[in-house]
Ligand binder design. Sequence first.
Ligand code: GLY
Ligand code: MN
Ligand code: MN
Length: 439
Amino acid sequence: MKLTQANFRERRDRLIEQMGPNSIAIIATSPVAMRNRDADYKFRTDSSFFWLTGFAEPEAVAVFETGDVGEEYSYSLFCRERDREMEIWNGYRAGVDGAVEDYDADEAYAIDLLDEEIIEKLANKEKLYYRIGQRADFDARVCAWIKQVDEQQRRGNGAPSQIVQLDQILDEMRLHKSAQEIELMQIASNISAEAHTRAMQKVRPGMMEYALEAELNYIFGQNGCLPSYNSIVGGGENGCILHYVENNKPLKDGDLVLIDAACEYEYYASDITRTFPVNGKFSPEQKALYEVILNAQLAAIDAVRVGNSYKEPHHIAVRIMVQGLLDLGLMKGDIEQIIETEAYQQFYMHGTGHWLGMDVHDVGSYKAEGDWRAYKEGMVVTVEPGLYIAPDDETVDAKWRGIGIRIEDDVVATANGPLVLTKNVVKSVADIEALMAQS
Ligand code: GLY
Ligand code: MN
Ligand code: MN
């Protein structure tokens, strides 16, 4: 499944409605990022740029102009020209003809003409919608253009008198996912769930963390996908390092392994964490802690309901985990005080989720008018409680030290309650052990 030009057009129409007359919006894609010397990273289009255009080539800028009230708007796409030699070396380009024919632009220009053409487009517009702060190099160009238009006052031209942060509008639109977007995220989630299932089946004591990562990458690659963020494969105490990406240690018999890894499909991300025993069987301590987190996660998922506060799942997860820590003797004291003072941060130092979409930590504000906003249909959030007992934590009995567990799923708020996109990968102790016993 792929989005169509009709989908992208509908998004552009919605942006234009919010811009008002006599305005211009300028949006550039990301620059190509260098890896080392002349080797670059594989290009990944800027999410908001793609969200509006469906155009995934580097070196592209979209410009939308509105006229007087009620007039049509025009969409110009600046892109790389076709070039036989460059295409032999680096691959196909849509070119200016393709930009019009296949990407629905009203006008297309060679990207090299941007500095020249944009001056005329900017002249005498009232408002400029621009994503300030995304790219310092492009910000400087926009400032130079404004100055250049300003200098044409004696010719009767003036620069826009208002510059509006375009991201605020785009982020809010991207936060609310359409049925097609949910469908793409479901595909990404299914592939990622299959990858985690394979990891549970393939893991063996003595295997290297990177070898287990390769099993996940195999499933991503077989489906034409890449990871949506750097994969975390942490055995034993490495599971306590929240953004552990070295993945270069052996996986030990008796340890857990925490995998936080997922792919993106058609530019839509998934984000899954599972934690399971390297030898297929949880120890009593691992099981006890795991079940506390799983109970917290299930209750938190149930709170992803239209009308509930974004923070509700976090509050629920924290309360259940603190009670669990007290019951297991890992903490002492009064539950209310531990929550109030956030003393639980000794073991739980991150939030319970974030928006998910084209970006793994997706755009969209978390607060409105000073308060945590409420879930609406089509918002997608991760639910990812965890507990991390530092290997050198002498406040707890030695048997708990070095256990790191997180369980993460992707959840859509719908009219019928929470929809768990990532349900295809097992997570109860019994289901994990049963799956691993068969492999
Ligand atoms: N994988 C990144 C996160 O869970 O936030
Ligand atoms: Mn996450
Ligand atoms: Mn994650």
